[in-house]
Design a protein around this ligand. Structure first.
Ligand SMILES: C[S@@+](CC[C@H](N)C(=O)[O-])C[C@H]1O[C@@H](n2cnc3c(N)ncnc32)[C@H](O)[C@@H]1O
Length: 253
């Protein structure tokens, strides 16, 4: 949680990002300080609320060995990773499960996993190590400054109540030139998504992730928004798969 340590610093900020559909983001900024980083607040308290306010650890107490996204989405995601992640990379799969969607043929320098269910993470064959941490309780990541080349968040950002603090931490742990890839589709555990996500559409989600990243000092991200073709014969006759969205930010070298 972002501690309520308002420094009384309020400034107007015109953010440089311009989402593809042309709406310029402009908002009042309040600055907060956590132990490690200065965080620029983007969300109002009401936007952080979710229908199910119980501890997220209860929701994830039992492992779910299921795929949260369809094959078409997963294939698109793996292709993106193949294109963007060099083999020598130290990769952090934040908000992970028993699968990481990384290309099987690439052996990365290391893949570190994080999530909320230890059994799922222990079953993930790509992870060299992992830890469990509720990011809605504590956003400080137990990783050194500039120690990670690429952080991946798949179908996870939509559950963050304090994404500003997580984004600031990710900037801290990313090496210069390193990347953050936030990927998602149009589905969610509705009761566990904060209002900002639950009430928004796909374009809102892309603009929101972009806004939070820019507010914490990430350069203007690249946005991908694509339809997918369903895997198998249904795709051949025109059936669509899960839509694919990604926000990709690169820390300046
Ligand atoms: C829909 S699953 C996606 C898992 C995985 N990234 C994938 O592609 O299958 C959402 C994940 O977000 C993570 N998550 C949700 N709420 C969280 C919280 N409060 N703190 C940390 N992680 C959380 C959990 O690891 C959970 O498995």
């Amino acid at each position: 949680m972002i501690p309520d340590l308002s420094l009384g610093l309020t400034s107007r900020a015109r953010l440089v990002g311009r989402p593809r559909w042309g709406r310029r983001i402009q908002h009042n900024c309040e600055l907060f300080e956590t132990n490690a980083t200065v965080v620029v607040k983007v969300l109002k308290a009401a936007q952080r609320r979710k229908w199910d306010a119980s501890d997220d650890e209860l929701f994830y107490a039992e492992p779910r060995f299921v795929q949260h996204l369809d094959e078409a989405f997963r294939q698109r995601l793996t292709r993106l990773y193949r294109e963007r992640l060099p083999a020598e990379a130290v990769v952090l799969d934040l908000m992970s499960s028993w699968v990481s969607h990384l290309p099987e043929e690439v052996a990365y320098a290391s893949v570190i996993g994080h999530g909320l269910n230890d059994k799922e993470l222990a079953a993930n064959p790509r992870l060299q190590r992992h830890w469990v941490q509720n990011l809605n309780q504590d956003q400080l990541l137990p990783l050194d400054d500039a120690s990670v080349d690429a952080t991946l968040i798949v179908a996870g950002w939509q559950y963050l109540q304090y994404p500003e603090a997580v984004a600031a931490e990710l900037l801290r742990i990313t090496r210069p030139g390193g990347q953050l890839i936030v990927a998602f589709s149009n589905r969610m555990f509705y009761t566990k998504a904060p209002q900002i996500w639950a009430d928004g559409g796909d374009r809102d989600h892309l603009a929101y992730v972009t806004e939070v990243l820019i507010a914490q000092g990430w350069p203007t991200p690249t946005v991908i928004a694509e339809t997918t073709r369903a895997a198998g014969w249904t795709g051949l006759v025109g059936a669509k798969g899960d839509p694919f969205f990604a926000v990709i930010a690169t820390k300046p070298a």
